[in-house]
Ligand binder design. Sequence first.
Ligand SMILES: [Zn+2]
Length: 110
Amino acid sequence: MALIACPECSADVSDSALNCAKCGVQLRKPKRGFFGKIIKYTFIVFNLLMGWWLVAGMGAASETIQTAGSSAEQAGAAIGTGLGAAMIIGLWVFGDIILGLFVMLTRPKS
Ligand SMILES: [Zn+2]
């Protein structure tokens, strides 16, 4: 552990310190750990996948509604679509909360 001079107040500070102990200026940017990076990208990919799933699912469902013969079949397909969408959104929100928690926990400390 070496000592460097603070660029602000010229006090001797450890080169491993994130902030100057004397004036508090930030010396280095805190870095997200390897695990934190994985969580962050998982969070982004998860949101993209859920968004894609919702759009793809809605597209397929509206086709089913249009091609369904009787009005009863159409109503059934519409209800199924609503339930499917609610399930996807519920799963999406749940996953976001869990992943969001991990993103917060792995956030770099300053
Ligand atoms: Zn300083």
